[in-house]
Design a protein around this ligand. Structure first.
Ligand code: HEM
Length: 363
């Protein structure tokens, strides 16, 4: 069973990679689905500046820059572990895609500033079209980044023969019939995660005496269920588009991935039950949110492991085992832990300062 079927050093890095990627996916989901939600609200409800914004959209707007920095920061760790694990298949390959790959940086910077614009008081009084353009612009930036990671991942899964021929053409744009359905899985699958995260924020607001109607929880729950259903449809489309190279669907039900595939499906089911429960009883959201949270994290963890087993079937790690063992002997853990603690305290301090100045969550 993955990752126990690998030697200790490789298992160590695979575990760190998967766990840190799950953290990235959680925040990334909040940003991707949350910015889509805000864009939708700014287009369809934003033309009338006098109308109060619904609590969900307001919280999303206020927290988007913080969530984006969390998503980006949490992306760094798996990026580093990937380079240790796959070496030339990830690191060197991406150097060859340099310009295409680096394009995500300016786009992310623009997206970052647009999220600050969206929450600024000056923008609230601007014409609805301006707010709509900013909302859609921010979402477009994050959708482009998601598209880029998906494109990159699919390319990295192709056979060595294909990749050698592709890089030899100096082309930097890779097209694949599985790209859109795969992106669809990520995009629609982001909604249920965003829903329970935002659900906890709204519950906190309600507990601190701010008005959050039950209908808001209900709307969120329905959004999550629709997202889950659409992600399921895209998954069917992805399987239908078929494997590009030699690896078939049998891998996900093979010995290495079976437990994770089942966990992912069961987690998805628990998530669905939690969301339906929230839609039925929106006035008591605590238990349904807790159920949805557990289901979602299990589903994401399972899917991330299956995703890695699929890659391991395409990339032969055996020649890299000795390098993984050598990497494990490199010191520095205590320095890392020291800076981890210092940064953790600094971040907590920033939140405490902002909170002291603003009162409870965007009051
Ligand atoms: C809002 C910005 C971002 C979005 C929407 C996003 C989205 C995604 C998506 C959709 C994937 C999965 C690709 C696939 O399996 O098809 C992914 C993977 C990943 N992302 Fe992000 N990402 C963002 C920012 C970042 C940043 C800034 C970093 C690094 C600093 C990062 C690091 C990673 C890593 C390491 C993976 C795994 C790649 C692999 O296993 O091949 N992400 N991201």
């Amino acid at each position: 069973m993955f990752p126990l079927d690998q030697p200790l050093p490789t298992m160590f890095y695979l575990t760190l990679y998967v766990v840190t990627l799950v953290v990235h996916v959680l925040f990334m989901n909040y940003v991707l689905a949350g910015s889509a939600y805000v864009a939708w609200v700014s287009v369809f409800r934003g033309t009338d500046g006098q109308r109060p914004t619904a609590p969900a959209a307001r919280v999303l707007r206020d927290w988007m820059p913080a969530a984006l920095s969390a998503a980006i920061t949490a992306g760094v760790a798996p990026l580093l572990f990937l380079q240790i694990l796959y070496k030339k298949d990830f690191y060197t390959a991406n150097l060859l895609l340099f310009h295409r790959w680096m394009a995500i940086l300016p786009v992310l910077i623009v997206g970052f500033y647009l999220t600050y614009f969206l929450k600024s008081k000056r923008i609230t009084h601007r014409h609805g079209l301006v707010r709509a353009a900013i909302g859609v612009g921010a979402f477009a930036c994050f959708a482009f980044v998601a598209y880029s990671w998906t494109e990159n991942h699919l390319l990295s899964q192709r056979s060595q023969v294909f990749k050698t021929a592709f890089y030899a053409t100096s082309s930097i744009i890779y097209t694949d019939p599985r790209l859109l359905p795969r992106l669809g899985i990520w995009f629609f699958g982001a909604f249920p995660t965003m829903v329970w995260m935002l659900g906890w924020q709204l519950r906190y607001q309600r507990n601190t005496g701010q008005p959050v109607p039950g209908s808001e929880f209900k709307r969120l729950a329905v959004t999550g269920v629709v997202g889950l259903a659409m992600a399921g449809l895209c998954a069917c489309g992805y399987l239908w588009a078929g494997p590009a190279d030699e690896v078939g669907g049998s891998v996900i039900f093979g010995q290495s991935a079976l437990v994770w595939t089942v966990s992912s499906l069961m987690g998805g089911l628990v998530l669905l039950i939690g969301l339906v429960w929230l839609a039925i009883c929106p006035d008591q959201p605590t238990r349904s949110l807790a159920l949805a949270t557990v289901g979602s994290v299990v589903a994401i963890l399972g899917a991330t492991c299956v995703r890695e087993v699929v890659r391991l079937n395409r990339v032969d790690l055996e020649p890299l085992y000795t390098q993984h063992a050598a990497a494990m002997k490199v010191g520095g853990l205590w320095v890392f832990l020291l800076f981890f603690a210092v940064n953790g305290v600094l971040i907590a301090w920033c939140f405490a300062l902002a909170r002291r100045k603003m009162g409870p969550l965007n009051a």
